[in-house]
Design a binder for this molecule. Structure first.
Ligand code: 13P
Length: 329
């Protein structure tokens, strides 16, 4: 089953589904030109990293990439499948302003989703992602923001399952802001409760879905940052209270954490002596790619692959609590 394969031991997901705008900005930030070919070349090199399939179970692609070819001319989804990495696809069309709710977002993309899912399945995708964005601030998130995003996530998940794609349900509570860890915990709990209530209402089959949650972290601008141990404990506590046991796996997002924090937090959660029903894994974008992208700009293609290989290996070890800080140097 695809959902279980995506969270098989020692492996997790590479999120490489940055929109064209975001990927172009990331290339520019490291001093590179951007074009369709520039985006393809960087990603194709990443996917071609020897042995990365031992740490990467699946790759989330963007619409542009799922239609591109690997360096050997094979369509990228076929190339990934031949390397034992399941191709996935981002199917939302982005977070837009929520009417009458200044500073809040609603993720769009339900119109025509059934047809797009059918096309992506034909192109080789076997799982999908939809990201809702929840911002903590003065008086927000509102109930309206949480309930509309939960509803959209549940409708997306049901349509994906109907079309044969495993939905990754991603309600991301952002790290931006000055809120403390407790606020992140409380908002995340509220968001998870609403999301799973909406999923129940829409008939989503939880054993065939994955959750992509944020960890419980104080806002970037908060003076009282949590320790790594506190992040791990509060995250497991929050998930335990608010995520149904039927979900096979939680694939955390990195959300702007440093590469090492993202690995350390996951490692601590997996090293904990607590019973929980799900696999705890990763679906990292920046925390798997930041070093590789920097090396792509400053070094050779092989060096970029070596950077990616290292981060993938570190996160693979974190799946079983076997990562050590000494392995970083
Ligand atoms: P980050 O790990 O960079 O947060 O990206 C994961 C992702 O896919 C967000 O939707």
């Amino acid at each position: 089953m695809t959902a279980n394969a995506l969270v098989s031991p020692g492996r997790g997901i590479l999120a490489a589904d940055e929109s064209t705008g975001t990927m172009s900005n990331r290339l520019k930030l490291v001093g590179l030109e951007t074009s369709e070919e520039a985006r393809r070349a960087y990603r194709a090199n990443l996917f071609a990293t020897a042995g990365c399939e031992s740490a990467i179970s699946g790759v989330i692609l963007y619409d542009e990439t799922i239609r591109q070819n690997a360096d050997d001319g094979t369509p990228i989804p076929d190339y990934l499948a031949s390397r034992d990495m399941i191709p996935g696809i981002k199917v939302d069309t982005g977070a837009k302003e929520l009417a009458f709710h200044a500073g809040e977002k609603i993720t769009e993309g339900l119109d025509g989703l059934r047809e797009r899912c059918a096309e992506y399945f034909a192109l080789g995708a076997r799982f999908a992602k939809w990201r809702a964005v929840i911002i903590i601030g003065d008086g927000i998130p509102s109930d309206a923001c949480i309930s509309t995003n939960a509803h959209a996530l549940a409708r997306y998940a049901a349509i994906c399952q109907e079309q044969g794609l495993v939905p990754i349900i991603e309600p991301e509570v952002l790290m931006d802001g000055t809120h403390d860890g407790q606020s992140c915990f409380d908002v995340t709990a509220r968001v998870l409760d609403e999301t799973f209530a909406a999923c129940a209402e829409q008939g989503v089959h939880l054993p065939g879905a994955l959750l992509k949650p944020n960890m419980i972290i104080a806002g970037k601008g908060c003076e009282n940052q949590l320790s790594r141990e506190e992040v791990a404990q509060l995250t497991v506590d929050c998930m335990t209270g608010h995520v149904p046991a039927e979900i096979p796996g939680l694939v955390f997002l990195s959300g702007g954490q440093s590469d090492e924090d993202a690995t350390a937090h996951l490692n601590l959660m997996n090293a904990m002596d607590v019973e929980h029903p799900w696999q705890l894994s990763y679906s990292y974008g920046r925390a798997l790619q930041a070093a590789a992208l920097n090396t792509w700009a400053s070094g050779t293609a092989e060096e970029s692959q070596a950077s990616f290989s290292h981060r993938a290996k570190m996160n693979s070890l974190a799946r079983s609590g076997d990562w050590l800080v000494s392995l970083e140097s």
